[in-house]
Design a binder for this molecule. Structure first.
Ligand code: ATP
Ligand code: MG
Length: 281
């Protein structure tokens, strides 16, 4: 009997899935991470997925501007116990949920063992109850940015066709490979003048990464330079909602569909938040 019960428990454990975590990063600043993260997350949420967008850029994060909400509370407000996790979740379009200030997770390392355990349990539930978590990271290759990427299942590296952006994107990929990142890495080429230019950028990066780092990087697609993105930002509306028929919207939707295939992963790992805390601790 006991044997059957433990077998059942084992099977239940194997069947449980938790959110797949996508981290959006770049190395170079200002290449479009926040806009891509916000719009991608909305496209995913629109297809009935439970999606959480985590703003891991405390310093310059402008997710609240693009999404037009007031980010009064963030992760740091749950450390003193005054706010619960549910209090700091903002409601975005299409049922998307947003949490600001994931960089505050670094503070978890300073808590007592008991407090940390309790908070980690609460944070882990966020991953258990959702299909996808999208993380918008800060610019640069700091310890904390690498930590968020390393804990993710899939890292989307954003570059533009400019040499400086490509160099920084390569440096980010090199750091992840050097630390034996086990997940998937994809390259998104943003702000391209033509699809051809974007594809060339991907081909060049892919070739160099394969040659010097010996790994494949997947094609995350090309997003063209589009005035409507700027106009949407001025309206404080994500471009996929402001301009549903624009080409950039179709490209973002196509990327969301591609990434959605296979979202929610088997629960055979320690979970994203535990990995992040272990990284900082
Ligand atoms: N496809 C695009 N077409 C036109 N402009 C774009 C495009 N993508 C990004 N931009 C411009 O780049 C700016 C920066 O975008 P965004 O804030 O998303 O970049 P970021 O990588 O998150 O920046 P940071 O590194 O500061 O966090 C936007 O405000 C917009 O002006
Ligand atoms: Mg940003």
């Amino acid at each position: 009997m006991r044997n059957e019960a433990s077998q059942l428990q084992q099977m239940m454990k194997e069947c449980r899935s938790r959110a797949k975590v996508l981290a959006i990063t770049s190395g170079k600043g200002g290449v479009g991470k926040t806009n891509i993260a916000a719009n991608l997350a909305i496209c995913m949420a629109a297809s009935q997925k439970r999606v959480l967008l985590l703003d891991a850029d405390l310093s310059l994060g402008n997710l609240d501007v693009i999404m037009n909400f007031n980010s009064k509370y963030n992760i740091s407000h749950i450390f003193d116990g005054q706010k619960s996790i549910n209090d700091i979740i903002h409601n975005g379009p299409e049922g998307l949920e947003i949490i600001c200030g994931a960089s505050g997770l670094e503070e978890l390392a300073n808590l007592s063992e008991f407090q940390r355990h309790r908070l980690l349990n609460d944070l882990s539930k966020l991953q258990d109850d959702r299909d996808t978590i999208v993380i918008d990271t800060a610019a640069g290759i700091s310890w904390s940015v690498v930590g968020f990427c390393f804990a993710a299942d899939h890292v989307l590296v954003v570059t533009t066709p400019e040499a400086a952006a490509m160099t920084d994107a390569y440096a980010m990929i090199k750091v992840l490979v050097g630390k034996n990142f086990a997940g998937q890495i994809s390259l998104i080429v943003n702000n391209a003048d033509t699809v051809k230019e974007g594809k060339n950028t991907y081909e060049q990066m892919s070739k160099v990464v394969r040659r010097f780092l010996n790994i494949p990087i997947y094609d995350g697609g090309v997003l063209l330079k589009d005035e409507r993105l700027l106009s949407a930002i001025r309206m404080r509306k994500p471009v996929v909602l402001a301009y549903p028929k624009a080409q950039i919207t179709s490209s973002l939707m196509a990327l969301a569909v591609k990434l959605d295939n296979g979202s929610a992963v088997q629960d055979d790992t320690e979970g994203f938040f535990k990995k992040v805390v272990d990284w900082f601790f």
